[in-house]
Design a protein around this ligand. Structure first.
Ligand SMILES: Nc1nc2c(ncn2[C@@H]2O[C@H](COP(=O)(O)OP(=O)(O)OP(=O)(O)O)[C@@H](O)[C@H]2O)c(=O)[nH]1
Ligand SMILES: [Mg+2]
Length: 197
């Protein structure tokens, strides 16, 4: 699959109606600053489609993008951002559960973790939640450009242990140099096709 066209559709504080809703969705989740918005820009070949920032907590809303006019890619707000207060955390939790419970169109989730770090409790919880809900997901290890090729496989081990996946199921990805882009697009294409069967 190649992304030939990508459009921003809307930002929502809570999941609800939006123009074109009903198409299949792929959502991107992960810790704040892990590289969700950057990944979206890279796979869409666009610099500023999704807003990115060096300061965590940039994406606070549910952002919807229409790709190739045929499916929606959902940029979800990141978790584990230390500077938010209890109220903000509760709001985030509610936004996410509402989304996962109501998005019947959701067919796959990309769960992002930084390849340099062990998954956090939040990552593990997110992972367990998706399993419980029976939502298929793929673990994407981001910022692969930050470590040497040789170190990648080694770094995947603790990630796999924590998230109960096999190393070959994880995609090493870099928004910086495009590592893993083709593999990711293949996974997305398959996920979109599978649901039809
Ligand atoms: N070197 C490198 N930097 C990256 C990569 N992906 C993201 N970054 C940087 O990491 C920072 C955060 O990226 P974002 O894409 O905004 O992260 P996010 O997950 O959308 O963050 P929130 O919206 O706050 O949840 C930015 O400074 C990016 O430039 C990558 O693959 N390699
Ligand atoms: Mg973001």
């Amino acid at each position: 699959m190649e992304i030939k066209k990508a459009e921003f559709i809307t930002s929502m504080a809570s999941y609800g109606a939006f123009s074109g809703r009903g198409l299949k969705q792929i959502a991107v989740v992960g810790k704040s600053n892990v590289g969700k918005s950057s990944l979206i820009n890279r796979i869409c070949n666009r610099q500023k489609l999704a807003r990115t920032s060096a300061t965590p907590g940039k994406t606070r809303l549910i952002n919807v993008f229409l790709l190739n006019g045929s499916f929606h890619l959902i940029d979800l707000p990141g978790y584990g951002y230390a500077k938010v207060d209890k109220q903000e955390k509760a709001r985030w939790g509610q936004m996410m559960t509402d989304y996962f419970e109501q998005a019947g169109e959701l067919c796959h989730v990309l769960t992002l973790v930084d390849i340099r770090h062990e998954p956090t409790q939040d990552d593990i919880q997110m992972n367990q939640y998706l399993r419980q809900m029976g939502i298929p997901f793929t673990v994407v290890a981001t910022k692969a450009d930050k470590i040497s090729r040789g170190a990648r496989q080694k770094n995947l081990a603790p990630i796999c242990r924590a998230l109960l996946v096999q190393p070959w199921e994880v995609i090493c990805f870099s928004s910086e140099d495009g590592t893993g882009k083709e593999q990711l697009l293949d996974v997305m294409e398959k996920a979109l096709a599978e649901e039809e069967a």
